[in-house]
Design a binder for this molecule. Sequence first.
Ligand code: FPP
Length: 253
Amino acid sequence: MATTLWPTLEPPAPREFLPRHVAIIMDGNGRWASRRGLVRVRGHEAGVESVRDCVRYSGQTHLKALTLYAFSTENWKRPRTEVTYLMRLLKKYLIEERDELHANGVRLTSIGRVEELPKDVRECLEHVQEHTAGNRGLTLSLALNYGSQDEIRDAARALAGKVARGELSADEIDEAQVAAHLHTAGLPPVDLLIRTAGEQRISNFLLWQASGADFHVAQPCWPDFRRADLIEAMLAYAGRRKGAALAGPREPA
Ligand code: FPP
C-alpha cells in the first residue's frame, strides 16, 4: 500500500512564539462514548483518529516533539477487558502507522515502564522505535505505563547509585543531570501541556518536564479533539509569548 506523504503546512504563528514540545493528556474517551450510548472502548477507538490527526498536523508544521499520555500506571486498575482493548488498539495503531510515520520522518519513542507491557505490544513498540530511530522530524513520544513520580524516583535512584560508586559527586547533581536520567532525556522541556474534556488535573504527567509549561484546558473530549483545537491551543500560547516579547524585560522589583 502506498504511504501518504504529508504536505508541509505553514505553522499557525511565527515559529519563535510557538511551542517546541507539546504534551497532551487525552481525556474524555469514556464520556464521549457514554453520551452516545456506546460502550467505553468505542471512545478509545474513536480517539485513535484524533491521535492520527494531531500527529499529522504536528509533523506537517515541523513541531519538534509531541508527547501523548496513552496509558498511565493507574490505568491498570480499569476493567481487564478495557485494558486488553487499549493494548490491542495501541498495537493496531503501531502496525498500521509504521510506514506512514517513517515516510514522514517521525521518530517514535516511548516513556514509562514499557517493559511491563504485554510482550506482543512491547515487541511491536520496540520494532517501530528501531525502524524510525534515525528520523529527524517530529519526535512522537507515547507515554505508556507512565507515572511521573515513578520516573523521578527512578532517576533519583540512578543518580544515588552513581554517587555511591564514585562516578558523580552529590554537588554535581543539577537540573541537567536529573533531566538526563528521565525517560525524556534528549527532548526539549514541555512548553505547552494540553488536557482535554475540560479537566484541570495534571494526573502525574511530566511533573519535572512541564514545570515551566503553559497549561491549556480544551473543552472537547479527546475523540472530538482535532487539529483545529490544537491550533487554538498553540495560538493562545503564541499570543502570550508575543505579548511577553512586546512588553520587554521585566523591571526589577
Ligand atoms: C482517557 O479517557 C484516555 C485513555 C486512558 C486512553 C487514551 C488512548 C487512546 C486515545 C487510544 C490509543 C492510543 C494511541 C496512542 C494509539 P478516559 O477513558 O479516562 O475518559 P473518561 O474520563 O471520560 O472516562
